[in-house]
Design a protein around this ligand. Structure first.
Ligand code: SF4
Ligand code: SF4
Ligand code: SF4
Length: 330
């Protein structure tokens, strides 16, 4: 394809998108948001309880048969021995990241402090990855709400990568037959009556498994109690006595449970000691992207506006491109 034709196609696609976008998403009716499923399961990650041991990262790798990840600088030595994942990738479904400031003396403080954050799929209540997938390879369980990925159905288009507001799905670029990867809530372990690996191994209960509604009550209880008071923190699964709880003074929390409203709500919720933006948890609008995008799509295609906008975009840039070509030739 020559340079002009490539530029033309790029501009035409952009023009059509801009034509649709300029009409404003607010002008379209939204489809109704999906509610929390009846037996929604989820996770409460309490950043203040996290000690950054990364036991959850290792357990996740092992449980999901994922390769170790190492920065390129380590490629000549110790290859494939231990994992140093810094972000989510085609090799890593779960990662612990660190916020750090100044002298890094105080845990869960913004100034001269540090704090941990765990990143993986949030199992959205109304997931955009499911909404954008053209072949239904992303599936939300109607009962538990767990969002899984069907490798056999997936065509590798990566729409889910661009559609997820939390940057979760990743592509296996290291594999010539690469696929999409993301946390599936260890559904294979849950089928055997086991806990998701990360919650099972977490020594402090920072990653706590349970029913979303009960986890939310637990989070609100922690926020309502007085900082410094002794509190009994459950471990593993909320309401289960497999692992003994541990007592510790309550920290000073940010007065916000992340995941209640973000993009229509998520089944993984966060309590933090520093503002969530500091931890890289994105500021996301309350309305689910899926409900907005699907509302737009239905309206546009009903009125044949999308094909017309695309045609208008193509014609406009075809004209401009032709004029430019003849200018270039002069
Ligand atoms: S966090 Fe992203 S990948 Fe996970 S369910 Fe939500 S939209 Fe899908
Ligand atoms: S639920 Fe399983 S797949 Fe998801 S982050 Fe935890 S260990 Fe990894
Ligand atoms: S296992 Fe628990 S304490 Fe350790 S890094 Fe993971 S979430 Fe934090």
């Amino acid at each position: 394809m020559d340079k002009h034709r490539r530029t033309f196609l790029k501009r035409a696609a952009g023009g059509a998108a801009a034509a649709v976008a300029s009409s404003g998403a607010g002008a379209f009716p939204r489809r109704e948001e999906l509610p929390l499923p009846p037996n929604a399961i989820g996770m409460l990650y309490d950043s203040t309880m996290c000690i950054g041991c990364r036991a959850c990262v290792d357990a996740c790798k092992e449980a999901n048969d994922m390769p170790v990840e190492q920065p390129a600088k380590f490629s000549d030595w110790n290859q494939d021995t231990w994992d140093t994942a810094e972000d989510l990738s085609g090799r890593t479904l779960n990662v612990i990241q660190v916020y750090a400031d100044g002298t890094k003396e105080h845990k869960d403080e913004v100034e001269n402090g540090y704090a941990f954050v765990k990143r993986h799929c949030l199992h959205c209540v109304d997931p955009s990855c499911v909404s954008v997938c053209p072949v239904s390879a992303m599936i939300k369980d109607p009962d538990t709400g767990v969002v899984t990925h069907d490798r056999d159905a997936c065509i590798g288009c990566r729409y889910c990568v661009y559609g997820c507001p939390f940057g979760v799905p990743q592509y296996e670029f290291h594999d010539p037959f690469g696929q999409i990867t993301k946390c599936q809530f260890c559904i294979h372990l849950q089928k055997e009556g086991r806990l998701p690996a990360c919650c099972d191994v977490c020594p402090t209960g920072a990653s706590l498994f349970g029913l979303v509604e009960e986890l939310q009550k637990e989070a609100e209880q922690r926020l309502a109690a007085k900082p410094g008071e002794p509190y009994v923190f459950p471990r593993g699964k909320l309401g289960d006595d497999k692992y003994p709880p541990h007592e510790a003074p309550l920290p000073e929390y940010e007065p916000y449970v992340y995941g209640v409203t973000e993009s229509g709500g998520t089944q993984v919720r966060y309590l933090t000691g520093v503002p969530h933006e500091k931890l890289g948890l994105p500021e996301v609008q309350a309305a689910s992207f899926a409900s907005i995008a699907e509302g737009m799509q239905h309206t546009l295609y009903k009125g044949m506006i999308a094909p017309l906008a695309l045609l208008a975009g193509l014609m406009y840039f075809a004209k401009r491109s032709t004029r430019q070509d003849s200018d270039d030739e002069d």
